[in-house]
Design a protein around this ligand. Structure first.
Ligand SMILES: NC(=O)c1ccc[n+]([C@@H]2O[C@H](COP(=O)([O-])OP(=O)(O)OC[C@H]3O[C@@H](n4cnc5c(N)ncnc54)[C@H](OP(=O)(O)O)[C@@H]3O)[C@@H](O)[C@H]2O)c1
Length: 289
């Protein structure tokens, strides 16, 4: 795997750079409430687009409503090539807890909230975030909520539908009902439960967008990762991003950061090519954990 990787992949009806940006870290602590410095958050978004990002992942349940409003304030009117991917299916209570919001009324209101907060007439991609288990995929039919989302798509309020926190069976069920543009589950070089799903989606041309690509709230830590990074004269986070880019051409990476410095480091990782021996070493981390 020492050749350079594909730099773009299909997301709905657009071709996007494989390195995008995840906006969740721009909300306040616990993804609840506003950030300490909203102007710094807007600066990260502007730097992302200036750095070539054409795919931003967000949701109205970040804040709630905070990251979407920051995106609109920083970037509206949006560049024509920018895909903003949002997600629905959850809500926050007054204490910040994450609860399912799967009724027709809740899903419809969520699409309208996203349209208003992002300042759009139509959402590029809406992921249905399954909530049978908030922490990870769990079986359960998505037929009823997907039918609602498909109806909103027919009305022109949503251009493409994706799925998040789902099992392979749920992806199959969904694909029998509507075209699926992308799947967003937890995956990174340590957390590889979706290896088979990623390969199956790649064969169908469907984007796979790992969440927590750098490990999430506690970024990945491993002696092997640090050793590989030191040997290649780069950082562990850059290696984690490069590993995802090399893992499969349908993986779109959306590292989250609240820092312009980290954002620039993450974007620079697109140019990092991991030699085969480094990939083999990194592959052993998941096998051993
Ligand atoms: N569908 C879902 O259920 C779901 C769940 C979680 C997340 N997501 C989406 O996935 C996106 C990515 O996940 P994430 O943001 O939670 O986690 P992540 O990208 O795995 O990691 C973010 C963490 O890494 C740190 N970081 C980023 N770049 C760094 C760098 N160059 N050097 C050192 N530290 C760095 C960030 O801190 P700093 O702010 O200090 O850089 C933050 O603590 C989110 O933004 C969100 O859009 C979706």
């Amino acid at each position: 795997m020492s050749t350079t990787h594909h730099t773009t992949w299909q997301l709905g009806d657009r071709t996007v750079n494989r390195l995008g940006y995840g906006a969740m870290q721009l909300a306040g602590p616990g993804v609840f409430g506003p950030p300490k410095d909203p102007e710094a958050a807007r600066a990260v978004l502007r730097a992302a687009v200036e750095g070539g990002v054409d795919h931003i992942d967000t949701s109205d349940f970040y804040g709630p409503h905070i990251t979407n409003r920051l995106i609109r304030e920083a970037l509206h009117p949006y560049p024509a090539n920018l895909s903003i991917v949002t997600k629905i299916g959850a809500r926050r209570d007054a204490g910040g807890n994450w609860l399912p919001a799967f009724s027709k009324e809740e899903l419809t209101a969520a699409v309208h909230d996203n349209l208003r907060n992002l300042g759009l007439d139509s959402l590029d991609v809406v992921n249905l975030r399954a909530m049978f288990d908030v922490h990870g995929p769990a079986e359960g039919s998505l037929e009823a909520p997907l039918a609602v989302l498909a109806g909103l798509r027919e009305q022109g309020l949503v251009r493409h539908i994706g799925l998040s926190n789902v099992t392979a069976a749920q992806v199959q069920e969904a694909r029998r009902m509507v075209p699926i543009a992308c799947v967003q589950n937890q995956y990174n070089l340590v957390h590889r439960g979706d290896d088979a799903l990623i390969d199956a989606l790649a064969a169908e041309g469907i984007a796979y967008v790992p969440f927590f690509p750098l490990g999430g709230f506690s970024p990945l830590q491993s002696d092997t990762l640090s050793a590989v990074a030191a040997r290649l004269d780069t950082t562990p986070m850059a290696v984690a991003i490069a590993w995802l880019l090399q893992r499969s051409p349908n993986i779109l990476v959306i590292p989250g950061t609240s820092s312009v410095t980290h954002l620039r480091q993450n974007l620079a990782a697109a140019a990092l090519v991991l030699p085969a021996d480094a990939v083999a070493e990194l592959d052993r981390i998941a096998a051993m954990s």
